[in-house]
Write a protein that binds this ligand. Sequence first.
Ligand code: ADP
Ligand code: MG
Length: 688
Amino acid sequence: MFLRELRQSVTTLKGAGPSVAEKLARLGIFSLADLLLHYPRDYDDRTVFVPLLDSIKVGRAHTIVTVLSQEWFGYGRMRTLKLLVEDQSGVAALLCFNRPFLEQSLPVGARALVTGKFQFRRGEIQSSSFEAERLGDGEALPRGLIPLYAATDSLPQGSIRRLLKEALREGGTRVEDEIPPPLREARGLLHKGEALLGIHAPDSVATLNLARESLIYEELFYFQLAVARRAFSRRRDRVQRRPGPGILRQRLLERLPFALTPDQEKSAAEIIADMALPHPMGRLLQGDVGSGKTLVAFLACLEAIEAGGQAALMAPTELLARQHGETAARLLEPLGIRLAFLSGNIDDAARPPLLAALKAGEVDLVLGTHALFSDEVKYKNLRLAVVDEQHRFGVLQRLALGRKGPLPDLLMMTATPIPRTLALTVFGDLAVSTIKTMPPGRKPIETHLARAGNETKVYDYVRRLLAAGRQAYFVYPLIGQSERLELKNAEAMYEKLAREIYPDFKLGLIHSRLKEEDKRATMTAFSKGEIQVLVATSVVEVGVDVPNAVAMVVEHAERFGLAALHQLRGRVGRGQDQSYCFLVYGEPLTEDGKARLKALLGTTDGFLLAEEDLRIRGPGEIAGTAQSGSLRLTIADPARDLAVLEKARADAFALVEADPGLLSPEGSLVREVLSRANPFGEAPAGRG
Ligand code: ADP
Ligand code: MG
């Protein structure tokens, strides 16, 4: 059966009239292909026979019965059929609520296969939740794994099973193969048709497993083909390179009061080497909070500028973008680099000259928010785009779309270590550089837990730090009063801390609902030390860098995720002084909450914490992250199926490497379904 036929409406199946079709539509099933791809969510193991008598203990029965009698009880709409049935172990009652038709299909004397939940009640073994199927004389007990589908009230399991049986009989098992045969053989996987049969009607657990693996492989294989296409389309895009002599970089390094850490040096070298290749770079720079990624990014920018191009550095928030702007002004402007700043908040008068300067090539490095890549922004010669702390790959697409001329080099930076799963999927087309070592002289941050109620001890401790000239953050889960949650909030605590706790110090308040210029003013005052205590929400989570701030107090720490807490803690410990993180938690703690706090207490290593986070949240979560955006997988879970993912990836990349022309987008069922789900949003995977 080929794609054309699979696109046929389900109504071409026997037993699927308009009303059934409508019910199927509610499950998202329109075509034969949709139906065949409606994989079971689980299986009922009927390989084991459970007679009626045993069902009292086990809770369920799976047996062959003979119908002894039929009787009706109740009146009117409540009138219900009751069947007495018997197997070799005993007698039980089947209460056929809403199933009057069983009177006909299971007449007295009929043999039937019965499966269901049973219990002992009112002196008899009974069930109202069972499936019964009439058997011919001498027909044996069908055993096997019975698929359980996502179903609806009006379209029960049985109907879906029947429809699928029909669809498989109609040719579903002859469906065109999706995996190139040499790969299928090399990986020992099933033909598509066999795999569909194996998943919908497995004859053994072994078949089921192989069928699952085949389908998972297939899905991940096509997924990785798309990733490979993106990676190779970058490589196909030839660009003229004229590497600079590295003088600007040299001058920046000479101006620094410190030397690069070995990992900074290594990462910078990897990036610079990439930038000399005749195709655009796609690289991810991961390094824990405070590991010094910004500097590495600046070195890359200088390389681009020296080669006669422009560079753009994008941050996820205005706050962070401003901070990068200030660092750039301090470090790069003295080298003669022409800087500009662009965000959604640049006012209308300032905008046109700025855009004109970018277009004319009068700006070397522009820093800002996602506004940098909006349509109205035209670059004369964008050589490098740096994206800081941005985990959604929508950005990548905008970059690809917004460009005119050759693709710029792309450097993504993240302080959230990318678990292997994500590195292979969402970021699967990027090379990775990692900064593991911290700049020297950093003292490990001391982390302390305090139960809510004991926070005055924390406040007192922080007061001593403030009196010694240091600064502190106080972070709350909410901006203001919440009607639903009895939680401390930033606004109220700002008042309280200012009036009652630290009346002799200067405090500032910062959260996302404030105006940009107010936020900026507060941030500037805090980094200049004019404010000692910054009361905030998690807006300070990302990237903020004030080395004199040595205390991070998070109240209601139990309400924050592990990654967020790690990021918050990373706001301190950036200078030479001993820093502290106080996590004040409310009770009762959930198991997960307890595990998170314990993990934080145990290590400051972001890579370890990312793994721990994965463990606490479970693999589904990561797949969820991978899928946010637009990737949708129907059977594969990249986190759970990591081993298959790696095989599929190797195969897909090898295939594209050998024959990039092979990637014609039409023809495949999976590809079709995936593209309907739009795995890469609007991004053109490859051009031409
Ligand atoms: P992140 O990787 O979290 O973005 P930053 O780039 O903000 O880290 O750097 C954190 C701090 O470390 C900054 O104050 C920066 O000046 C400082 N820093 C960066 N590299 C070094 C180094 N090699 N030695 C000492 N301090 C460094
Ligand atoms: Mg940073």
